[in-house]
Design a protein around this ligand. Structure first.
Ligand SMILES: [Zn+2]
Length: 213
């Protein structure tokens, strides 16, 4: 069952708003106690995201700890996004999409060739966007800092038999997910450039980020 939870926060009160263009990365620190919203502006976009403890980036988002602690595979309102050291980095406080994936991983040159075709290798992918953002960030983080990520707005249902399927998205224009930072958190986003996967309807689109005090 999917439950949707709307936020009471007004975008007009946001302290910052920015657009992440289709296929672009974004990286930044959000201090503890702020609220952070990702808006799927045109619908069915996949927003590949990693979170780190801003004070110690070796302490990063852990999909397995998050899944185990909440005893559920999908992320939605109420989910505590845990780090590998057991810290709560963020809590999802509102969600009008209702389901987000943390099993499917990020697309890469390698996965493009395995899933689609050898000639898709050169295509822009989330892993390259993550690496580009890390190099621009210029604090010594490398591909070793990339672990299993969250795919906001992506629908990867698990069949009763355990099969994983990349399905058509549940999201729609204007749907959003909102989180409260429980500690100073470094955010790394790849707004997925993928052209071969129904997760974003084969059409990468921009998202908006909003921040409240
Ligand atoms: Zn991707």
């Amino acid at each position: 069952m999917i439950t949707l939870t709307e936020s009471r926060l007004d975008p007009n009160d946001a302290i910052a708003r920015l657009i992440v263009a289709a296929g672009e990365p974004w990286m930044g620190v959000i201090t503890q106690g702020r609220v952070f919203r990702i808006v799927d502006l045109e619908g069915n976009q996949a927003v590949d995201t990693l979170f780190y403890n801003a004070l110690n980036t070796e302490d990063r988002y852990s999909a397995t700890d998050t899944i185990r602690a909440q005893r559920a595979l999908y992320l939605t309102t109420g989910t505590k996004l845990l780090s590998a050291k057991g810290n709560t980095l963020l809590t999802i406080v509102a969600d009008t999409c209702g389901r987000h994936d943390t099993l499917g991983g990020a697309c890469s040159a390698e996965s493009n060739t395995v899933r689609y075709a050898l000639d898709k290798r050169h295509m822009h992918n989330c892993r390259d966007s993550f690496l580009l953002a890390l190099s621009r960030w210029d604090r010594g983080m490398t591909k070793r800092d990339l672990s299993s990520n969250i795919n906001f707005f992506m629908n990867v249902p698990v069949a009763p038999t355990g099969e994983l399927t990349f399905a058509d998205g549940l999201s729609a224009p204007g749907r959003y997910v909102e989180m409260r930072t429980e500690m100073d958190t470094l955010v790394l986003i790849s707004n997925c450039p993928q052209l071969n996967n129904p997760c974003n309807a084969y059409n990468p689109t921009p998202v908006e980020l909003m921040f409240w005090e």
